[in-house]
Design a protein around this ligand. Structure first.
Ligand code: ARG
Length: 264
C-alpha cells in the first residue's frame, strides 16, 4: 500500500515526459530565422514577376533571379531557405506579421517603404519604362500619356509614379491597377489599355516571351534599386544578409546568377 504513491508519481512523471516529447516532435514549428544563423530563412515573394520570381508551370518550381540569389545567401549563411509565394499587395504586412523573414520580390527601395521595413544593400538596378502595343506610335514619352488608358500593378512603383503624375496634372483617360505584374500586359495586348508602366527588366522579359506584341518607349524614366526587405527589429539578420551579399558579389556567384537571367 505504501508503495502506491511512488508508483503513481512515476506514472504521472512518465506521462508528462511523453507528452512533452510529443509536443516537441509533433507540435507546431515556427519557421523563422534565428538571429544567430543556422535554421530556416523564410522568404516571401510574389512569383508573377519574371525574370525575378516566377512559377515554372511544368515543374511547379519557384524560379528567378531573386530566388537564386536568396538560395545562395541561405547557403552562405548555412540556413535552409523556404520560399512562400504571396500576393504583392499584402507582402509588407505579411513580413511585419512574421509570415516570412525576408521579402525578395523585385522590391524597389523607397523612402516610404523605409519607414516600415529595413532594406538590404541594393542588389540590382532597374527603372520604369512605358510599354505600348507594337506598332502603336502615339506615345513617345511620359507626357504623351495624357488621355491614354493606363495599366499598372497595384502598389508598385509604376502605380505610385502614375499617381504622382496625376497629382502633377497629367490626366489619364483611365488607370487600371492589377494584382499581378503580368496582367497589365494582357490588358495592353487585348487592346483594353494603351500603355503599361513597368520595371524595365520585367518589360524586357515580357517582350521576349511574346514576340511582336509589345514595344518599349524610349529609355527608363526613373532610376530604382531593388533591396531585400526585413523587419526593422531583425538587425542582426540584416547584417548577415548584407555580408553574404557582399561575399556573393566578390566570389562571382552573383555574376553567375546575373548571367543566367540576363545574359552577358
Ligand atoms: N519594383 C516595383 C516595386 O517595388 C515592382 C515590384 C513588383 N514585384 C513583384 N514581385 N510583383 O514596386
Amino acid at each position: 500500500m505504501k508503495k502506491k504513491p511512488i508508483l503513481y508519481g512515476v506514472i504521472v512523471g512518465l506521462v508528462v515526459v511523453i507528452a512533452l516529447v510529443g509536443i516537441y516532435v509533433f507540435g507546431p514549428k515556427k519557421e523563422t530565422a534565428t538571429e544567430t544563423g543556422g535554421g530556416v530563412l523564410v522568404v516571401g515573394c510574389d512569383a508573377a514577376f519574371p525574370p525575378f520570381e516566377y512559377l515554372d508551370e511544368e515543374t511547379g518550381e519557384l524560379l528567378g533571379f531573386d530566388l537564386d540569389l536568396m538560395r545562395a545567401i541561405g547557403a552562405e549563411l548555412g540556413m535552409e531557405v523556404v520560399i512562400k509565394n504571396v500576393s504583392w499587395d499584402g507582402i509588407i504586412p505579411g513580413l511585419l506579421s512574421g509570415n516570412y523573414d525576408v521579402i525578395a520580390s523585385g522590391m524597389t527601395i523607397t523612402d516610404e517603404r523605409k519607414e516600415v521595413v529595413n532594406f538590404s544593400d541594393p542588389y540590382i538596378n532597374a527603372g520604369l519604362v512605358i510599354v505600348t502595343r507594337a506598332g502603336d506610335d502615339r506615345i513617345k514619352g511620359p507626357e504623351d500619356l495624357v488621355g491614354k488608358r493606363l495599366a499598372v500593378q497595384i502598389n508598385s512603383t509604376g502605380d505610385l509614379t502614375a499617381t504622382e503624375m496625376m497629382e502633377q496634372g497629367i490626366v489619364f483617360a483611365s488607370i487600371k491597377r492589377f494584382n499581378h505584374a503580368t496582367d497589365p500586359f494582357l490588358e495592353l495586348r487585348n487592346g483594353n489599355a494603351d500603355a503599361v508602366i513597368m520595371d524595365l527588366p520585367v518589360a524586357g522579359a515580357q517582350m521576349k516571351a511574346n514576340p511582336g506584341q509589345y514595344q518599349i518607349v524610349g529609355e527608363a524614366f526613373t532610376t530604382e534599386e531593388y533591396g531585400l526587405a526585413l523587419r526593422k527589429s531583425d538587425t542582426e539578420l540584416l547584417a548577415q544578409i548584407n555580408q553574404a551579399l557582399a561575399t556573393l558579389k566578390a566570389n562571382g556567384t552573383y555574376d553567375e546568377i546575373y548571367r543566367k537571367y540576363f545574359g552577358e
